[in-house]
Write a protein that binds this ligand. Structure first.
Ligand code: NAP
Length: 271
């Protein structure tokens, strides 16, 4: 493939192929290295309400195949994905954007083969954040070939956890409250042996990870267009961080191809 990604930082002027840009990026550290990835517009929108469905969605004006390839490359390196109950509720009414990665489309055959070559499991395991436990069990059954976890707070009624345990799904109760304490989660994932954990949920999950000092790296694609809108999601939602969390820039790339007529910058922040 053409070397058509222009590096702006740190090695300004170098060019790269899109394919492989985000492969072999995630370090193999002792504890779990937790990373996430978003695509947003110039005005910071990651999701807008959709006319024909109940749930919000990634705006079609910014979603694009080149960013999706990078999303899949990050997933290919993970031994665990962090998803949310929202994804499974959307899946139950056929509103989920796609199957959980690594995608089964032929475009990603190379990534599934790469996992095998690295000695990784065929697909990453799945951890589902939920306080409500409103998760349609049948949607979890679609991933029975992977280890699955429900991640919830410590004060959840034990009886409500039984259906999940009966279905072979492990429960991780983290912290003392209704919501997940991500600092506790990170310790639990370390003791379970997870090393590369890819969070692909939304703004409240990201907020919990940052609040618990559990997020190591943020991959952020900015599509060069403005979307406006009064109701929207941005990358983190929850109480103000105090102090603000610093995420220094590690790398910055320019992709001129998509979205068409706009292009996008690919930024990597954090450790
Ligand atoms: N553009 C992008 O790159 C991108 C990336 C990700 C998501 N999105 C979009 O952003 C929108 C919002 O995403 P989302 O609803 O998945 O985001 P979310 O705000 O992270 O929350 C999803 C669910 O996760 C559970 N949850 C969150 N924090 C929790 C905590 N601390 N403890 C326990 N459970 C917790 C809750 O489940 P319960 O309600 O069951 O308690 C919550 O409803 C969606 O339209 C999605 O498609 C866009």
């Amino acid at each position: 493939m053409e070397d058509d990604i222009l590096e702006l930082y740190p090695s300004c002027g170098q060019t790269h192929a899109l394919k492989g840009l985000y492969l072999q990026q995630i370090p193999d550290t002792d504890g779990p290295f937790i990373y996430t990835n978003y695509i947003c517009s110039l005005d910071g929108r990651i999701a807008l309400p959709a006319e024909d469905r109940a749930s919000s969605q990634v705006p079609p004006a910014i979603a694009n195949a080149r960013d999706w390839r990078l999303f899949q490359e990050l997933a290919a390196q993970a031994d665990l994905l962090i998803s949310s109950a929202r994804y499974f509720r959307q899946a139950a009414v056929r509103e989920a954007q796609a199957e959980l990665p690594v995608g089964l489309a032929p475009d990603f055959d190379d990534l599934r083969a790469w996992r095998r070559e690295q000695g990784l499991s065929p697909q990453p395991d799945i951890a589902v954040f939920s306080a409500s436990l409103d998760i349609p069990l049948e949607t979890l059954a679609a991933y029975a070939d992977r280890n699955r976890y429900i991640v919830t707070g410590g004060d959840t009624d034990p009886q409500r956890l039984e259906p999940f345990r009966d279905a072979g799904i492990e429960v991780l109760q983290c912290g003392d409250g209704r919501d997940v304490d991500a600092a506790d989660l990170k310790h639990r994932l370390a003791s379970l042996g997870y090393r590369r954990v890819y969070a692909i949920a939304g703004p409240s999950v990201l907020h919990a990870l940052v609040e618990g000092d559990a997020l190591d790296r943020l991959y952020l694609t900015t599509a060069h267009c403005l979307l406006g809108g009064r109701e929207f999601d941005t990358i983190a939602w929850g109480p103000e961080f105090s102090p603000a969390r610093n995420m220094p820039l590690r790398a910055l790339y320019l992709d001129r191809h998509l979205p068409e007529g706009a292009g996008q910058t690919l930024a990597v922040y954090g450790r």
